[in-house]
Ligand binder design. Structure first.
Ligand SMILES: [Fe+2]
Ligand SMILES: [Fe+2]
Length: 319
């Protein structure tokens, strides 16, 4: 598995959706579990541009190769979210993408700022922070593409399969970058290996946790991976990450599934109630997040919607 940053910079582009049979989206049913996963995945893909705020303040981003990767990666992830949203809209689930993204961000709260600050401080205090970040990147990308594979299998929806298969190709490239970069950092660096292992064992959480609550993370894990094939998929992720220097035998993803199973054993409704109750997908925002969090406090009139025209505040409506 090789990766060339120069080639990636040249070839990076938004996922090509030419020829996807969008008109057939409603011809095949999606279960509540499929829809739950699609909302989760869309929200996390759409969270990437904000997640960048955690990364760009770290010591790791003094590396121009990393920032070049992030510039392209961020753009590709944006289009993953856009297309998952498009499929949901075509399936008949109505939401405004910008409104939904703003609502997800509004619910992050103060914890998000604390998290940015602690990541920044940690990275400057810890010389080997990059090893941890790169390893987490590898796990997240591998988990994402494995999750998309599991959703293809669970849903049996041909249009979704076509879209996710194209997205998976991007995720494989992302995984290759992170994995190779982590390997490079960890190779022959015992101190970094110790720091990496120690941090992962204590602070690692599955992709999406933080934006999503524990029960949502568990619901996704139970729906996608709580069968023989799913468990094997997660053990495979652990095995591949365990090949990184210093991480032999690490059990993260399978451990997350077993912990989710324990919570379900204690409360059989746990997770399942989120999937059964679709309100989560369409519930009204706690507050008008777009207005509060952006400069677009009022909906522009038709005149103001023209490119570059002046809003009453004197600010151009689209800058
Ligand atoms: Fe993605
Ligand atoms: Fe990715």
């Amino acid at each position: 598995m090789s990766f060339s940053i120069e080639r990636y910079k040249e070839e990076s582009k938004k996922v090509d959706v030419t020829g996807i049979a969008w008109d057939d989206v409603t011809k095949h049913p999606l279960s509540k579990g499929d829809l739950f996963c699609l909302h989760y995945m869309m929200d996390i893909e759409n969270h990437v541009p904000l997640y960048l705020s955690h990364l760009l303040v770290t010591r790791a981003c003094m590396d121009p190769i990393l920032t070049a990767f992030l510039a392209c990666w961020n753009y590709e992830e944006l289009w993953h979210g856009e297309n998952l949203g498009r499929l949901l809209n075509l399936y008949g689930i109505e939401f405004d993408t910008q409104e939904r993204i703003a609502n997800v961000r509004a619910n992050l709260g103060f914890q998000n700022s604390v998290s940015i600050f602690s990541t920044m401080a940690g990275s400057w205090l810890l010389k080997d922070f990059s090893a941890v970040y790169l390893t987490i990147g590898a796990i997240n990308e591998l988990t994402t593409l494995t999750g998309y594979g599991a959703l293809i299998r669970k849903s049996g929806h041909p249009v979704l399969k076509d879209l996710l298969s194209r997205i998976i190709k991007d995720e494989r490239r992302h995984y290759a970058f992170y994995y190779n970069s982590a390997k490079e950092w960890l190779g022959g660096n015992e101190r970094a290996q110790k720091v990496d292992r120690w941090m992962l064992d204590r602070f690692w959480v599955p992709v999406g946790k933080g934006v999503k609550k524990q029960e949502e993370v568990d619901a996704l894990a139970i729906y996608l991976f709580d069968d023989e094939q799913g468990e094997k998929d997660l053990l495979d992720i652990d095995a591949r990450i365990g090949k990184l220097p210093g991480l032999a035998g690490i059990k993260l993803m399978s451990g997350a599934l077993y912990a989710a199973r324990e919570r379900v054993a204690r409360n059989p409704r746990w997770g399942h109630r989120l999937i059964e109750n679709e309100e989560w997908a369409i519930k009204a925002p706690r507050r008008s997040a777009v207005g509060e969090l952006t400069t677009r406090r009022t909906a522009p009139s038709d005149d103001e919607e023209m490119e570059g025209t002046l809003a009453p505040s004197g600010r151009t409506t689209r800058e």
